[in-house]
Structure formats: structure tokens, C-alpha cells
Design a protein around this ligand. Structure first.
Ligand code: GRG
Length: 399
């Protein structure tokens, strides 16, 4: 007689359609994915990406340029960091960039995305990152920026982004990253900031944007980065988190941000940097086999996997297999397939329009994956490693 069995394994409901004693089909969490186009590029077009970034801000009348005013300073950070990793920073006019950043600071306060925009903690982090890369932090009102960040901290330790009060642990990361780059962590209550971050940890070891929110790999980066900056990585459940992050890879090779979602190049950053910080990047580095939980079940001959093995031993099987879940070469292929040969730049998915955000995170992901033609990126700050080394910042990283 046909029947269904169902069991929760590490928070994932695994169901099997069974006939008599034998499992005929196993379904894990359903996957959405894309197919890489045939003849996708297999090399990184570094000079094309350099030209794309250098020319991005030149056509100030472009629709896209005008519509992205609210992200301008973030865009400058994405572009500058990408150029650094490509070893092409000298292509930009340093004085012009610093003057632009200075023009975004409010008197005795934080930075807006463009001149005359309200200050926001996201823009303030981008400003500090740009100035740190250019070794030009002294050119702004540092006390004003520190005071702005201090004023965003709430009684429960969380941070709002601006005066309007939205709370998200992205803003906690921005505060901690900014203040650590400025050597001013003493300006906030670090213990309560971390208490709030830890309240965002879920049963799967990953983090959502607020307590009780769904796990998302970009929030994981923010929370793991915050713990690394403050030396609190011991609070993590490394195995559960490493597993959850590893499971973000799809058969196309790309990574998604959470279960059932499509892959996107930017997750090459959010997922890989988090794995790097918790010392598990090698889980993807040494593997050639294409094994995943779904592939194993999909390719398993019908009568091979006995019902009782599924129900009693699945934990052990999965424990063994999750070391092999992300395949480095497939991820590299996915990122390279998202390049645009005509315009330069990298898109979220193959064939989509490129933008500076995905261009940075594609390049930074490749740097984390060991592309030695690129400069090394620091997984906590998403800035050139040499800049962080020069500051002698003490950031916790697990082996
Ligand atoms: C220094 C790198 C760096 C970052 C600073 C701003 C910030 C700290 C982090 C942002 C983290 C974040 C929440 C990014 C959003 C990533 C993203 C593409 C989210 C899209 O979410 P959905 O739900 O898409 O629209 P999915 O992929 O889940 O369908």
C-alpha cells in the first residue's frame, strides 16, 4: 500500500513517498534554480569590469544614475572596493571622491547617501569605508559621525538606521564596523548590541533581521561579522550554521539567500564571507564531487534506500554529506556566467542587467574563492585585506 512518511531533520521536513517497504521518492525543501546558458564565459573580464565601474558615474543624466541617488555613497563604496580588488584604484580621482564624501556629511552628524540627504547609518558606514581605503578619515568630523552612531542605539542594544526608527541587525553591523574602523567602539554599549544580535539567532543556527525573523544569509553576514568584530564568535552553533550556509548552493552552482529562493551573485559574498569567518571555507575548497542531499536522493536507485534507513539513519548520512555540499568550481562558473561581455560588470543572474552592487560581490566572492589574480578581500569588512592589516584591527576569525 502506498503511504507517505515525514520526519524533521535539523529543522527540515523530509518527506518520502513509500510503497511497501521501499522508498521511491524523497523530497527535501523544494528548490528553485536557473540553468546556466551554454557557452557561458569561463574567464574573468577584469579590464571590462574596471571600465564599467570607472565610467558608471560619468553619464550623470542617465536614468539609472538619477534613480540611484539615494544609494550614491554606497555605490561609490561598491565601485571603489571592486577597483581595489582589481588593483585599479588609481583609475579614479581620489580628491574628487573624498570631496564627494565630505559633501554628504551633515554638520556634527552622520552621512547621507548624497549631499542634502538625511544621515543614515548605511551611508555612514560606506563613507567611513571609502575614507579608510583612501587613508583620509581625518578629513571629516569624526566626532560628529561617532555621535550620530551612538544616538542610533536603542535601550535593547539594537540600532535604528536613522531618525525614523527602523530596526534591523544590518544597522548593528554598520555601527560596529564603523566604530571599529574609527577605533571608537567605546562610544556604544557593545554588550547590549551583542545581546540583541544573539536574540536574532534561529533554531537553524542562522540569523534573521530581527528576533523571530526568517534566517537570511545576508543577515547572517551582518550578525557573524558583528560577533567577529567584538570577539564573540563562541556564541555561534558552528555546525548548524555551517550546514545551513552550505545548503545555500543550488545545482546551477549559484547560492541563494534562504531556502526555496533563486540564486543570486551577491550571495557569493554573504554566504562565503560568513563561512570564511567561522573557519569553514575549506568545506567548499577541497571538494570535486557533486554531492548534495537532494542529488543523493534524486540519484539513488529506487530500491536501494530502505525505509528504516531513511527514518533512523538519515541524520548520520546528512552529517557526513554536508561537508560536501558546496562545490567551488560550480560557484565560480555561476559567477563568471553573470558577466556582461559588452558592457562589463556583473549581474545578479546570467543575462540580467549588470550593476555595481553585484559587480563588487561577484569579484569579492571570487577573491574569497582564492582567485590570485585579484587582491585579497577581508571577509568581515568587505574591504581590501591590506587596508585592514594596515589598521592592525583585531578581528576574531575561527580556524
Ligand atoms: C560592508 C558588505 C558590507 C555591507 C554593510 C548594508 C549591509 C552591511 C548589509 C546588507 C545586508 C542585506 C540585508 C542585504 C540584502 C541582500 C539581498 C539581495 C536581499 C534580497 O532579499 P529578498 O528577500 O531576496 O528580496 P531573496 O534572494 O531572499 O529572494
Amino acid at each position: 500500500m502506498d503511504y507517505y512518511c515525514s520526519e524533521v531533520v535539523h529543522g527540515i521536513r523530509v518527506t518520502g513517498a513509500c510503497t511497501s517497504n521501499f522508498v521511491v521518492q524523497i523530497e527535501g525543501t523544494p528548490q528553485s534554480d536557473i540553468e546556466l546558458p551554454v557557452n557561458s564565459p569561463v574567464q574573468l573580464w577584469k579590464l571590462k569590469h574596471r571600465d564599467y565601474i570607472v565610467n558608471y558615474g560619468k553619464s550623470k543624466d542617465d536614468y539609472e544614475y538619477c534613480m540611484s541617488e539615494y544609494l550614491r555613497i554606497n555605490g561609490v563604496y561598491w565601485g571603489i572596493t571592486a577597483l581595489c580588488l582589481l588593483d585599479q584604484l588609481d583609475q579614479l580621482n581620489k580628491t574628487e571622491v573624498i570631496d564627494f564624501v565630505k559633501s554628504c556629511q551633515h554638520p556634527s552628524s552622520g552621512f547621507g547617501a548624497s549631499p542634502n540627504h538625511d544621515p543614515h547609518i548605511l551611508s555612514t558606514l560606506s563613507a567611513i569605508q571609502i575614507l579608510t581605503i583612501y587613508d583620509a578619515v581625518d578629513e571629516i568630523d569624526v566626532d560628529g559621525a561617532v555621535n550620530f552612531i551612538h544616538c542610533q542605539q536603542q535601550n535593547d542594544g539594537s540600532f535604528s538606521g536613522d531618525k525614523w526608527g527602523e530596526i534591523d541587525n544590518r544597522f548593528s553591523f554598520c555601527a560596529l564596523a564603523c566604530l571599529s574602523l574609527l577605533g571608537r567602539l567605546d562610544a556604544i554599549n557593545v554588550d547590549s548590541a551583542i545581546d540583541f544580535i544573539l536574540k536574532c539567532m534561529n533554531f537553524d543556527g542562522a540569523f534573521g533581521c530581527k528576533p523571530g525573523s526568517e534566517s537570511h544569509s545576508a543577515q547572517v553576514y551582518c550578525c557573524v561579522g558583528s560577533l567577529a568584530i567584538t570577539g564573540r564568535l563562541h556564541h555561534l552553533n558552528i555546525d548548524a550554521l555551517g550546514w545551513w550556509l552550505s545548503e545555500r548552493q543550488l545545482p546551477s552552482g549559484g547560492l541563494n539567500g534562504r531556502p526555496e529562493k533563486l540564486p543570486d551573485v551577491c550571495y557569493s559574498w554573504w554566504v562565503l564571507s560568513s563561512l570564511a569567518i567561522i573557519g569553514k571555507l575549506h568545506w567548499i575548497n577541497k571538494v570535486k564531487a557533486i554531492l548534495s542531499r537532494d542529488n543523493i536522493f534524486r540519484h539513488c536507485p529506487e530500491n536501494l534506500l530502505l525505509n528504516h534507513i531513511l527514518l533512523t539513519k538519515i541524520n548520520d548520512i546528512l552529517q557526513l554529506l554536508f561537508f560536501f555540499l558546496i562545490v567551488k568550481e560550480k560557484l565560480i562558473n555561476f559567477i563568471l556566467a553573470c558577466q556582461d561581455k559588452e558592457t562589463g560588470g556583473i549581474a545578479d543572474k546570467p543575462g540580467d542587467l549588470v550593476d555595481p552592487f553585484h559587480t563588487l560581490f561577484g569579484i569579492a566572492g571570487l577573491s574569497l574563492l582564492g582567485d590570485t589574480t585579484l587582491k585579497q578581500v577581508n571577509p568581515v569588512y568587505c574591504m581590501p585585506e591590506e587596508v585592514i592589516q594596515k589598521l592592525r584591527l583585531k578581528v576574531q576569525m575561527l580556524n
